[in-house]
Structures are given as C-alpha cells and as structure tokens.
Write a protein that binds this ligand. Structure first.
Ligand SMILES: [Zn+2]
Length: 176
C-alpha cells in the first residue's frame, strides 16, 4: 500500500469514524485529492453514496475509503500516462551524405526538419542568398567537404530522408 493511501485511510477512520458525517469527510478527501468529487458527481455516484450512507457503519466506511483509493489510483495512473506520451526522441539520421533532424513523438507520429544538417559538423545547413544550402562552416571561410545543395534538389532529398526515417521508426512487418 502506498504511503499516501495509508495516510488517507488512517485520517478518514480517525476523524470521521462512526458518524454519518463521514460522507462529508469523503467529499473533502476527494477535493484534496484533486477534483475527485467532481469526478464522482459526473459519474452519477451520488446515489450510491446515499445508499452507502444508510448501510451499517463499517461497510460504508470501508466502501467509501475504497472509492477514495480508486480516485487516488486513477489520478496517479493518468499522470503517469500523460508523462509517457510526452516522451519524445530527437536524433540526427544520415541519408544521401547529409544528416536530418528527426523527432519521434513515440505516439505513431514523427517529424523531420526540412533543412539538412552537415554530416561532419552536425550543424544545420545555411541558406545562402543565392538559394543554395551549405554547411555554415563554409560561410566563416573554412571549407567543409559536405555537399552543397541547390534549392531544387532539396524537396526530393527531404522526401528520401522521410522515407528512411519512416522505415527506421515504424519498421513495418509484412503480413502473410
Ligand atoms: Zn560542415
């Protein structure tokens, strides 16, 4: 049992033991958990609560505590799930003598930056006023051996990179 859940159990038992005021305690506890009471009302559990309230004390305390635990557990689980969907993987991938920045969103979607990166320097290509794309090291006077790309070449190079990334990320299997 989680320490938080244990804490709630002890607290609910101690403060609201043997009294129909416990229903208030459960609602307050739910609010503390974070909007839990709203969840209960939305799910139409209010009638169930009334029933529990009129049943013998030990049963309804137990049931109420259980319901609070379910809320706590669901809250925690949904937080973990939402954290998972935000885990993304960003990496550089080689293709056609260039590198491409790929973002794998880990939810079936990915994205590639349209501008390539230098294969030697891992820096994003520079767009010259003349419409060419080249390693930015060239601009500083140094020479880089990575290829210079003409504007018209870029769309097809980008398409090739997309195809490669798709294969790497999804790695689809053939069904027979
Ligand atoms: Zn370079």
């Amino acid at each position: 049992m989680q320490p938080l859940q244990k804490l709630f159990q002890d607290w609910v038992k101690k403060v609201f033991s043997d009294s129909h005021a416990s229903i208030v305690g459960i609602i307050i506890a739910s609010i503390f958990v974070g909007g839990g009471s709203v969840y209960l009302f939305a799910k139409g559990l209010w009638d169930l609560f009334i029933q529990i309230m009129h049943s013998p004390t030990p049963l309804w305390i137990t049931t109420s505590v259980c319901i609070v635990f379910v809320i706590v557990y669901n809250k925690k689980a949904s937080r973990i799930n939402s954290r998972k969907t935000h885990q993304i993987d960003i990496f550089l991938m080689e293709d056609n003598g260039l590198k491409w920045k790929v973002t794998d969103f880990k939810n079936g979607a990915f994205d590639i930056e349209q501008r390539p990166y230098c294969i030697s320097h891992d820096t994003r290509y520079f767009n010259t006023p003349g419409g060419q794309y080249m390693c930015s090291e060239n601009i500083g006077g140094a020479s880089c051996k990575s290829p210079i790309i003409e504007r018209e070449e870029l769309p097809s190079l980008y398409e090739f990179a997309k195809i490669k990334a798709e294969k790497q990320i999804y790695n689809y299997q053939t069904k027979r």
